[in-house]
Design a protein. Structure first.
Length: 601
């Protein structure tokens, strides 16, 4: 066929229906001309400029409906005959611009949608001004105060709470800088032990959605390679190796008294490599895999700023590799920076499903940073066109991946609810409408429906290993946190001088579940990110309620519960000096609670 400039329209109807590549040439594309078929082009719809927020909520509702259909198709405990409709869906976001991943965050952005009172701002600023070390300020702002603004905490309206936090600030300011930065070399891990952990990972956790881009045999050879002076392994390979070992440690059934030290050694080894890796211009699937790993690890290290920077790199890599345009034309996406790669027409459906699966986890992580840390989105509306994947990835249902599939379906529904909330909050005018609380009640109802549909609380009791338990726990604790955040965002609750009883009840329930799951768990060595991302909100809610002394008959039980949480934080940070400021604050809150308890007897 002679070379002609393709017109500015979308693929022909025949190529679209068969999901094949179309060169969009008139009067007939090459595929239709080759078989003499009729070639019809539909006119391109004009784009309309519209703002994000409540105007786009119908788009998100449609996403939720489609996800529900996919759940019906893939429901693991029931048979359904009506799931095929979801197989052909195509989800694309609405129009918006691209935010550069390096975009600085204005201080006011952390309160977007939930502005604190001037009094609260003054109290927080006064507390933070006591800290001179900037790293410590960032640590506390990201991991304590940023979470508290999500619940419009009454903590800063209570004199006893303020005194406790201020006392903690004084203690933190006296910590010598050398105690906050441990620069000693991490201890070495014996080669045979390292290989055992690699085997543990590969034997227990393999899933097509996140395939390790390095072979098991290569990872097993790394202990020997690291001993050869003239062999230099790149940062990407070493980061994958250390993370695989770390996961192997956490799922290894054999108790090893050195476990805590090994975990810290692997964490510190990764942290020495993350900056060199960020400086590299890697754009490979292996680099994207490292980004996923290091987002989690840096959150575990309470370094949300570094984690967000890594998320920015993950978004750039995934766009370059075509993850943002798996099911759409990259030329039709807005704000392309960097440009998205065009999909490979010869790519297998398994590979496309894997890309979809990883993209949706990126989108969920972006929502997490917006909700928990007040960050601007790195995946704006209008910059992606990605279907929901078949959660099995391969199309072959494997019982060993049952909880991974459940986690994907439930967590994506929760992520879409959060996305609705964030867009709604960003679009709120200065004076809230009468529908304010009704809208939030609808979100609360959606979260409760998701928990009911998947029976999240009972699901946890059916798991048989730590990996599956963590998948279920993530669903459960995310749901509890959302219920508290949405409830506290309601105008009727923000205007109240006290926390509503149902908010306190949800916080109590979340902490009880957390305690029942974590008592005696090896995750004590590696679980502070779970605590900070999900449990700090209920912890401070319950502490504030104890200090308010509104339910004297429950203070003793609540004090036992919050004391256990405080001990967990102390245990997790026992050998991690960078977490010392956080443990000082939880200790201070417990001291204030105990003082109220003594006074109430």
């Amino acid at each position: 066929m002679s070379a002609r400039n393709p017109p500015k329209h979308i693929s022909c109807t025949r190529c679209q229906s068969k999901k094949i590549r179309c060169n969009r040439v008139e009067p007939r594309c090459d595929k239709c001309e080759a078989i003499g078929a009729k070639c019809t082009y539909l006119p391109r719809k004009a784009r309309s400029k519209k703002s994000s927020g409540v105007d786009d909520k119908h788009v998100l509702r449609e996403m939720l409906r489609r996800l529900e259909r996919l759940e019906d198709h893939c429901r693991l405990n029931t048979d359904t005959e009506n799931g095929d409709a979801s197989r052909s869906m195509s989800i694309s976001s609405a129009d918006s611009g691209w935010n550069d991943p390096e975009l600085p965050v204005a201080p006011s952005s952390v309160y977007k949608g939930q502005p604190p009172t001037p009094n609260t701002q003054g109290v927080v600023q006064g507390i933070l001004n006591r800290i001179k070390d900037e790293k410590t300020k960032v640590l506390l702002t990201s991991n304590i105060f940023c979470h508290l603004r999500n619940v419009q905490s009454r903590l800063f309206d209570n004199e006893s709470c303020i005194e406790a936090i201020e006392a903690a600030m004084v203690e933190i300011s006296h910590i010598e800088e050398s105690r906050l930065d441990d620069t000693s070399d991490p201890p070495e891990i014996p080669k045979e032990l390292a290989r055992r952990f690699v085997h543990s990972y590969f034997d227990v956790y393999q899933f097509e959605g996140f395939r390790i881009p390095l072979e098991r045999n290569f990872l097993l050879s790394i202990p020997d390679l690291l001993e050869i002076p003239h062999v230099q392994l790149d940062a990407t390979s070493r980061l994958i190796y250390y993370n695989v070992m770390l996961q192997g440690v956490l799922i290894d059934p054999d108790h090893d008294p050195r476990r805590g030290g090994i975990v810290q050694s692997l964490y510190r080894s990764c942290m020495t490599l993350v900056d060199p890796w960020l400086e590299q211009d890697g754009q490979t699937p292996a680099d994207l895999f490292v980004a996923f790993l290091m987002i989690s690890m840096t959150l575990e290290g309470c370094n949300s700023e570094l984690s967000w920077k890594i998320l920015g790199k993950a978004c750039r890599i995934s766009r370059t590799l075509g993850y943002f345009s798996v099911d759409g034309d990259p030329g039709e996406l807005n704000g392309e920076h960097p440009p998205a790669r065009e999909s490979n027409p010869n790519e297998s459906e398994v590979d496309r499903n894997r890309k979809r699966f990883e993209f949706w986890h990126l989108l969920r992580t972006d929502c997490l940073f917006r909700l928990s840390f007040g960050k601007p989105t790195l995946i704006p509306e209008g910059t992606w066109a990605v279907n929901l994947p078949d959660p099995t990835i391969t199309g072959n249902d494997d019982a060993s991946t049952r909880f991974i599939q459940i986690h994907f379906l439930a967590s994506m529904r929760l992520a879409l609810v959060v996305l609705k909330y964030l867009n709604w909050a960003d679009a709120q005018p200065d004076e809230e409408s009468d529908e304010h609380d009704e809208w939030l009640d609808s979100l609360i109802a959606e979260v409760q429906t998701i928990m009911s549909d998947w029976n999240a609380e009972e699901l946890v009791s059916t798991t048989e290993n730590n990996v599956d338990t963590l998948f279920c726990v993530d669903i459960l604790f995310s749901s509890y946190k959302m219920l508290i955040v949405f409830s506290q965002a309601k105008k009727c609750n923000r205007d109240s001088p006290h926390l509503p009883r149902h908010t306190v009840d949800v916080a109590r329930k979340a902490l009880k579940m957390f305690r029942s799951l974590m008592v005696g768990s090896v995750q004590t060595y590696w679980g502070i990110s779970l605590m900070i991302l999900h449990q700090f909100v209920p912890f401070f809610v319950l502490c504030t309620d104890i200090i308010d002394c509104r339910e004297p008959d429950k203070i003793e039980d609540d004090l036992v519960l919050t004391s256990w949480v405080n001990e967990f934080v102390e245990k997790a940070g026992e050998d991690r000096t960078e977490l010392r400021p956080i443990t000082i604050i939880t200790n201070a809150m417990m001291a204030a609670c105990q003082q109220v308890y003594v006074g109430s007897r």
